[in-house]
Design a protein around this ligand. Structure first.
Ligand code: PGA
Length: 250
């Protein structure tokens, strides 16, 4: 069975590099017990140089799509890769709210893949309606992000389903677990339309949005998710590792 993937998204935390190093060390030590699970931390760019124990993989939270040049404040995929990143979140809802568009997200997917990073494409509706328009939105986000990617590039993509209304401190709560399987299958089907059935079978679909140690297992077991994208709870080593434990047992 393929390894489950648990990714912590630190967002714009913690405040100092010393705190980042401490947090990474604590999580790394605890993570040694869970060899059957791939565990990654997506850290702010300025902390990409932080040393991680070999029990952890490193990830960035975003990258810019150009390789180099006059783009003040931006960070390229190659730069993140050179600091040891394996993963990068692309199209996280908080980045979309700050200006990412379908076009820039597609360019970021290409840049990540050509630098050898694994893009974790985040998709999800901002709200739900009774007429399934939200499903259309999720499908469109997926298709536009994957547009023009080669088969071999597509086979390296990870998708995280994060309903925006379930993400962050102001969330209305997590997705009802019985919905998770439905969305998992829906995303896999939409992915298969673009990438073919074989790639869709191998695709890792993660769930993210208000995951905690109590509900994590349900998304993996009932929702048959391949992993979890954890925001707030990734800042507390004990709680994050409890989520990893749930994935490990699932
Ligand atoms: P949350 O965030 O777990 O704090 O809801 C999830 C995410 O932003 O990926």
């Amino acid at each position: 069975m393929a390894k489950k993937l648990v990714i912590g998204n630190w967002k714009m935390n913690p405040e100092t590099s010393a705190q980042a190093a401490r947090l990474a060390r604590e999580v790394g030590k605890g993570a040694r017990r869970f060899k059957k699970t791939e565990i990654a931390l997506c850290v702010p760019h300025v902390f990409l140089g932080v040393r991680l124990l070999s029990s952890l993989r490193k990830g960035a939270q975003d990258i810019f799509y150009e390789k180099a040049g006059a783009f003040t404040g931006e960070v390229s995929a190659g730069m993140a890769k050179s600091l040891g990143a394996r993963y990068v979140l692309v199209g996280h809802s908080e980045r979309r709210a700050l200006g990412d568009t379908e076009e820039s997200i597609n360019k970021k997917m290409r840049a990540a893949l050509s630098a050898g990073l694994v893009p974790v494409l985040c998709v999800g509706e901002t709200s739900r309606d009774g007429e399934n328009h939200y499903l259309h939105k999720v499908k469109e986000e997926l298709k536009s992000a994957l547009k023009g990617l080669s088969r071999s590039a597509l086979s390296r993509v990870v998708v995280a389903y994060e309903p925006v209304w379930a993400v962050g401190a102001k969330a209305k709560g997590a997705l009802p677990p019985e919905e998770a399987l439905h969305m998992n299958l829906f995303i896999r089907k939409a992915f298969s339309d673009v990438a073919g059935e074989r790639a869709a079978k191998r695709l890792k679909v993660l769930y993210g949005g208000s995951v905690d140690p109590k509900n994590a297992g349900v998304f993996l077991e009932k929702g048959k998710m391949d992993g979890i994208l954890v925001g707030r709870e990734s800042l507390d080593p004990k709680r994050f590792l409890a989520i990893v434990r749930a994935a490990h047992g699932a």
